[in-house]
Design a protein around this ligand. Structure first.
Ligand SMILES: C=C(O[C@@H]1C=C(C(=O)O)C=C[C@H]1O)C(=O)O
Length: 380
């Protein structure tokens, strides 16, 4: 019997990887001590200068061992990102007296959808355990959070290729839920098909309307493909897997495709190379955001119809040096030609300048509501 000559070396690598893991755990424990000290001394979580020097020193040290600069940089960015997110979680739990370690979360499902990936990623940074509740439409997610069946809802709000997700914006107009978090997820669309299929055998493609909108340039190359809208990318995968024929395919993500036993025929073909979807997290209770981390505030407002009404509102933000990161308008159903504006701003709701700006805004608008103040997702 021949033994695999790699075995002894692999055993050594496995042992080293275990040590690396243990070191990462020790580093996390130190990050926890760091944030507890920061809480007491009111020091911001982020120290970009410290991070810059740390990475620079490690790159220099790595050169002695011929370690690639980009490798070291990427590796430590991931490690530091984890440390920053851990510290943010501890700060937020401390501030909001939040001891919930297990959460019930609703998302557009079934499992394997992008919303499911976003839910898992958000949960990994915020809860020890989750109970997943997959919904067949966005309205159902709002309903489940509103009626208390679940604690949180995860919803896509905008995408770099297709823009705003109008249906979610419209549902936000009528809800009394609060935005308590956001998450940006890179989206790599794949053509997922059964074993025998090739791009040439496909004549019907299933997906949610969003991916179709995000991939119009690619789809223009296949004018013979019939397009079928589904409730979600994962329900599309489920349909394709059940049909088990070479002429059908779904557009969705690779991990989801694996769940449904589908192969990837093509990927990375969205209209924008950097195809990213931003998700919001909704809850019944608003959260407070620590002033030691970057925050965003989202408001909903209706201006009068006089000339310059929107300009006057935006000037208030400028006068208070508030950076607007997004402005969206949606028609008000039942009131033709009237618009509701959604504004995302950098900054914490509790700051004096934000409070002052909102006070001034409410005096010149017909309606104003804060949808939420939440930790900003961008770390790098
Ligand atoms: C751990 C700290 O907090 C943050 C995370 C860092 C890290 O993980 O190395 C470095 C600087 C801070 O942005 C710290 O302030 O030292």
């Amino acid at each position: 019997m021949t033994t695999n000559p790699l075995l002894p070396l692999r055993d050594k690598i496995t042992a080293l990887d275990k040590q690396l893991l243990e070191l990462l755990v020790q580093r996390r424990e130190l990050s926890t001590e760091v944030v507890n000290t920061k809480i007491k001394a009111n020091i911001p979580v982020r120290d970009l200068e410290r991070e810059r020097i740390l990475i620079k020193t490690l790159i220099e040290k790595g050169k002695d061992y011929h370690l690639d600069e980009i490798f070291i940089k990427r590796l430590y960015q991931i490690i530091i990102e984890d440390s920053v997110r851990l510290q943010q979680r501890i700060l937020q739990e401390n501030l909001n007296h939040n001891t919930i370690k297990s959460a019930n979360i609703a998302f557009l499902g079934p499992i394997g959808s992008y919303s499911h990936s976003a839910t898992r990623r958000y949960a990994a940074h915020h809860f020890d355990q989750i109970i997943e509740s997959s919904c067949s439409n966005f309205k159902d997610i709002f309903d489940q959070v509103e009626n208390g069946s679940v604690d949180y809802g995860v919803l896509p709000i905008e995408n770099t290729s297709s823009g705003s997700i109008n249906e979610v914006y419209d549902l936000l107009q009528k809800t009394n839920l609060h935005i308590i978090g956001e998450l940006s997820l890179p989206i790599d669309h794949c053509i997922l098909a059964n074993e025998e299929a090739t791009l040439a055998t496909i004549d019907t493609v299933y997906s949610h309307p969003q991916p179709f909108q995000q991939c119009t340039n690619f789809l223009a190359n296949y004018p013979n493909w019939k397009i079928v809208y589904c409730d979600s990318t994962s329900s599309a995968m489920d349909t394709v897997a059940k049909r088990n024929q070479p002429n059908v395919a779904a557009i969705g993500n690779k991990d989801g495709g694996e769940l449904y036993g589908l192969q990837v025929l093509e990927h990375n073909f969205a209209n924008q190379k950097e195809n990213i979807t931003r998700f919001i997290i909704l809850a019944r209770k608003a959260v407070e955001v620590s002033d030691q981390i970057p925050a965003k505030t989202t408001i909903l407002m209706k201006t009068g119809q006089q000339a310059g009404a929107l300009v006057d509102a935006l000037l208030i933000l400028r006068n208070h040096d508030i950076v607007m990161t997004k402005l969206e308008s949606r028609p008000i159903h039942g009131n033709p030609w009237e618009e509701m504006f959604y504004i995302d701003m950098q900054g914490n709701l509790e700051t004096v300048k934000m409070q002052q700006a909102l006070k001034e805004l409410s005096s010149i608008t017909l309606f104003l509501k804060v949808l939420g103040c939440y930790p900003s997702d961008s770390v790098f």
